[in-house]
Design a binder for this molecule. Structure first.
Ligand SMILES: Cc1ncc(COP(=O)(O)O)c(C=O)c1O
Length: 377
């Protein structure tokens, strides 16, 4: 084809799309999916709901997604022990889209978003797409929030949006309810919104409350969630947010008309009637995560604390070679975050065993590990 250079925006020229490699290997532990596929019964119910909705596809879907938002409100009220009404819930195509609505409504030219790297690598992209200036406060060596530096940065930069993933990706570390309350107050003091990204909330350990419980005290807080992880519905693309109704109204202004298809709404409503089945493997995944952590530590790796469905471990002199060695053995994990570390999602017990076995083979070569480890994070 003849060469053509379209008049792409200058700030986008030469950029490549975001995304982890999608390789066809046996053991895929690279994007924090839930390894358990829907049961035949659930698959049949999902199929039936698609057949039903197919008969109405000549019409646009419910623009307000009311049935789905009500079902999500009911789920969240029960999961987080906090009363949530339909007017406090927003829903979109994955929490990625929820976040782009948040940035469209609360970011923008001349405004600042603040985040805490290493963290979810999409945050700078949300900022770029909404022409928001991104500033960051690096985490401490053990991947906690540096509270003093954060308070100072909030007061210096007056961000209109603070993006805080808890549990954080890629580290797995969660932020305490007390620290979140302090950050919410500091952000409110500057007229900003605190977004707590709880994509992995359902994997949290006992004693770690969801920020949904704090919404009543902090009207400037938005908690985002997803059906991609605990609900094992990554392919359906459903994310949602809980916030004060006036915040939800602002998100309704920036969404595209009919942003969530009738098929997606129907599939998500059906999936929510199977919540017990969908989440029946959560405890097994939490136990597997803790076991994976012990397995890694017993081999001399440093492993960050995890309240999520993955482990972040290191430290490697050459993580690329480790990643490649694992791919050669049919195991795909993720090269992300600080360059001495790798992230592995928790799979089925069999997949996790395959990962550990492959890792043992790859890392016999101590040349791949960095010197002087043994420091704990
Ligand atoms: C911290 C965090 N937030 C949001 C998302 C996006 O999830 P979704 O599939 O709902 O778009 C991810 C996906 O991995 C994530 O790690």
């Amino acid at each position: 084809m003849a060469e053509f250079q379209p008049p792409v925006r200058e700030d986008l020229r030469g950029l490549t799309p975001y995304g982890a490699p999608q390789l066809d290997v046996d053991v895929r532990l690279n994007v924090n999916e839930n390894p358990f596929a829907p049961s035949p019964e659930l698959a049949r119910a999902l199929g039936a709901s698609v057949t039903d909705v197919a008969r109405t596809l000549n019409r646009y879907p419910d623009r307000e997604c009311l049935e789905l938002r009500q079902a999500l409100a009911d789920y969240l009220s029960q999961e987080s022990s906090a009363e949530c009404g339909v007017e406090s819930i927003w829903v979109a195509n994955g929490s990625n889209e929820v976040m782009s609505h948040i940035m469209a409504a609360f970011g923008g030219p001349g405004r600042v978003a603040l985040s805490f790297p290493p963290t979810y690598s999409m945050y700078p992209e949300y900022a770029r797409e909404s022409f928001t200036t991104m500033v960051s406060v690096p985490r401490t060596a053990d991947f906690r929030i540096d509270m003093a530096a954060s308070i100072a940065a909030i007061s210096d930069h007056r961000p209109s949006v603070v993006l805080l993933a808890s549990p954080n990706n890629p580290t797995g570390t969660a932020v305490s309810a007390d620290d979140i309350a302090v950050l919410a107050r500091a952000t409110a003091g500057m007229g900003g919104m605190l977004v707590v990204d709880e994509a992995y909330a359902e994997f949290r350990r006992p004693g770690q409350p969801s920020s949904v419980a704090g919404l009543a005290d902090h009207p400037n807080m938005i908690v985002t969630r997803t059906m991609s992880k605990a609900f094992a519905m990554a392919g359906a693309r459903v994310g949602y947010a809980a916030a004060h109704p006036s915040v939800i109204d602002a998100l309704r202004v920036v969404r595209l008309p009919y942003h969530l298809s009738a098929v997606t709404q129907s599939v998500a409503c059906t999936a929510l009637t199977f919540v017990e089945e969908l989440q029946s493997n959560l405890q097994l995944l939490r136990d597997e995560r803790d076991r994976m952590r012990r397995d890694l530590e017993s081999r001399g790796f440093v492993v960050a604390d995890s309240d999520a469905n993955f482990c972040f471990f290191g430290r490697f002199r050459d993580r690329r070679r480790v990643w490649e060695g694992l791919v050669d053995r049919g195991v795909l994990i993720r090269e992300t975050g600080p360059d001495q570390w790798l992230r592995v999602s928790v799979g089925t017990p069999q997949e996790n065993a395959r990962f550990i076995e492959a890792l043992d083979e790859v890392v016999v070569d101590s040349d791949l590990m960095s010197d002087g480890d043994g420091g704990s994070t």
